[in-house]
Ligand binder design. Structure first.
Ligand SMILES: *Cc1c(COP(=O)(O)O)cnc(C)c1O
Length: 357
């Protein structure tokens, strides 16, 4: 190893889901929304005056913060925005997790948390989910450097009861508790209403899933005024202009179209419920998902083989070759037609292959 390499920050990066460049595939592997974003978003694109891009964007993304403030009835001083919730979460790890004690998060969870902890050299301790893949409240009632919990959890899709989460937040008033609500709009109960009661709570959400804007990169957080100020201080010490002019304008359109939001979220939820019924009929087992995906296992069919067979047929789902979850598939909810195609394939495959395992 050359001497200079000793001083390199070495990290094991996050592995995002595949974005195959194949026509005609059914893509159920990265929890994207199958419906386009609100019509106002496309109008921003069409009506964009390129001359506007001559100037730097508003570093505070004021218009987007105002739109979120109206929609969520939250003072502007309590809202932070960033380039996807990944940016908001990374900035939060950097800002809030500077103690000596380890931060806590589940062992089976969003696989970016340990990556950020590694990058920022934050000590962490994973708390195992129980046999039913549930988060165990008492594991989070102990001295620590901070907590991050996704609700619903990923990749299980399971919701944790808000009262239980409140116990965790209340018991950890000395550290910051981050609730990552990437999937909350698909039927879970949000912790946003607890923000006014707990100054150690940060609730993070995203436009990527329920508002169909994964490609645009918009995330946001709600918290006590002081938390938001500290987040902005860190952001302005790193890169002031993270959100561009076009993104800000599109974000505003997406938040303001409440009717479209409700309609598309409703469709995804209805399709998810139908898919649950079909997967049960086929013998799959899974927790009751409150997200836009189902994390399912088949007692008589190996997940890895099924994953490969699906891929061959042009249906992409997510498979994690990790301890405890290597016999599960995470299936994002697509359109009704896409889910029918999936179920038709599974019907046939399971019928033909049960005897192989
Ligand atoms: C998708 C996801 C995110 C990140 O979404 P962005 O696209 O960066 O907004 C964060 N947390 C969880 C649990 C997710 O599944």
């Amino acid at each position: 190893m050359p001497a200079w390499e000793m001083n390199v920050r070495k990290v094991i990066p996050y592995t995002p889901g595949e974005q195959p460049d194949r026509a005609g595939i059914i893509k159920l592997n990265t929890n994207e929304n199958p419906y386009p974003p609100a019509p106002g978003v496309a109008r921003v694109l069409q009506g964009m005056d390129a001359g506007k891009l001559r100037k730097y964007p508003d570093p505070a993304a004021g218009e987007l913060v105002s739109a979120l403030s109206e929609r969520y009835q939250m003072p502007k001083e309590q809202i932070f925005v960033g380039v996807g919730s990944d940016d908001v979460l990374a900035m939060s790890f950097l800002t809030f997790f500077n103690g000596d004690k380890p931060i806590l998060f589940p062992d089976i969870t969003y696989s970016f948390y340990d990556v950020w902890a590694g990058l920022f050299q934050i000590p962490y301790e994973c708390q195992p989910l129980d046999g039913e893949f549930e988060i165990v409240t008492k594991d989070y009632l102990k001295p620590c450097g901070g907590i991050v919990i996704p609700n619903p959890n990923a990749p299980t899709g399971a919701e944790k009861d808000l009262q239980e989460l409140e116990r965790i937040i209340a018991a950890n008033s000395d550290v910051i508790v981050i609730i990552d609500e990437a999937y909350i709009d698909f039927g879970g109960e949000s912790a946003v209403r607890l923000v006014s009661q707990y100054d150690n709570l940060l609730v993070v959400q995203t436009f990527s899933k329920s508002r169909s804007l994964a490609g645009m990169r918009i995330g946001y957080a709600f918290g006590n005024e002081k938390l938001i100020k500290y987040l902005n201080d860190a952001k302005y010490s790193f890169n002031s202009y993270t959100m561009n002019t076009v993104t800000i304008a599109m974000g505003v359109e997406a938040v303001r179209d409440e009717a479209y939001f409700q309609e598309t979220v409703g469709k995804v939820v209805a399709t998810r419920e139908w898919t649950k019924g079909e997967l049960h009929r086929l013998g799959f087992v899974f927790q009751d998902s409150k997200s836009n995906f189902i994390f399912a296992s088949h007692p008589k069919c190996q997940a890895k083989k099924l994953f490969e067979a699906l891929k061959e047929r042009g249906i992409y789902v997510r498979y994690f070759a990790k301890p405890r979850i290597d016999n599960y598939l995470r299936i994002s909810i697509g359109t009704d037609e896409e889910m029918k195609a999936l179920v038709a394939f599974l019907d046939k495959y399971i019928g033909e292959n049960l005897w192989l395992n």
